[in-house]
Ligand binder design. Sequence first.
Ligand SMILES: Cc1ncc(COP(=O)(O)O)c(C=O)c1O
Length: 389
Amino acid sequence: MTKALAHEVLETATRPAIAPHDLKRRPTVPLNDLKRGFGSLSEQLQAAAARVLSSGWYVQGPEHAAFEREFATYLGAEHCVGVANGTDALEIALKALDPAPGSVVVTAANAGMYSSTAIRRAGLRPRYADVDPETLLLTPEAVSAVLGDDVSIVVVTHLYGRLADVAGIRKVLHDRGIAVLEDCAQAAGAGAPGARAGSLGDVAAFSFYPTKNLGAFGDGGAVTSSRADVADRARRLRMYGWTAKYEVGEDGGRNSRLDEMQAALLRVQLSHLDAWNETRRAIIARYVEAAEGTGVRVLPAVGEGHVAHLAVAVARDRDAARESLTAAGVQTDVHYPIPDHRQRPFLAEYAGTSLPVTEERSGQVFSLPCFPELTTDEIDRVCAALREL
Ligand SMILES: Cc1ncc(COP(=O)(O)O)c(C=O)c1O
């Protein structure tokens, strides 16, 4: 959706509600529709794909190098290291910080198990801090409450596209030698130009999974950092630990590469990211207004510090709200229903961990359709359905 359309989204906020019987006959408003994303840029994307196919370079060629440069500049970070997906990016970023083996990594338990998976794979131990009830993000106070001498890293997830208080958390860690890893998978483009998510901590991880704000046409990820030592280590770790061809200088290496095709397609997408993020915010603004005075509250996404990756609502009776939306032809999902410390394999290990906000909200949150190519009519239909809750 273009900027002009984003304004139309806002202007139609006052249109009369659509009668419920009309809603039922129309196709469901999908949570996402990746085909529309391709359609809106098909010529540029096909030209980029053709360029790669005819180039003879398919892995770590000129498109990859250009994407790494362009993405780092866009964020305001010194270095970008392309990798195969967001979970690899987290794991490589953790290892690139060179933590003491087996040390503790503080993270949130409400972010879909991604950081926990990477922490465990890196041979480190997750410890969970509770989140703020309004933002659902880690806060300096919550992090501070679980710090100890065994902590080497704090993973801060900019959940749903909202920037967490990285500066505040860094202040709490001051002088303790604890590093900050930003999980930016849901927050591509959040923040002020030149100081965006991905440039605020010691290192950061991105996912370019197709549904992300900056999505590839397959898997992809990146590690970003302004620390040369960390970026160099990440570069070695993503390719067998090589310091030079066939020469291993780093233990713990693997093969995790962003391919040339994805890099070329991501370069096209990157030039549209800011406009898409603005459209996403406009969609959520409509939902926030429509849900006022109902039994659900849509979390606002205001300003450049929030890129509205997901439109998340909080309901006391989530099942009833979702059922009513489904009946009105609106698809919903839950991000995320089970906190990490309550996932089955880890129940015994975290039996003594209590995270009241995380636990309560995991039973209340649900997500509404939010992607830049939603039509005004579809947004109207979601709003009409929200007003009925
Ligand atoms: C917050 C967060 N971190 C990490 C990831 C992992 O990314 P990937 O699926 O590319 O491994 C995702 C997305 O899936 C995510 O939403």
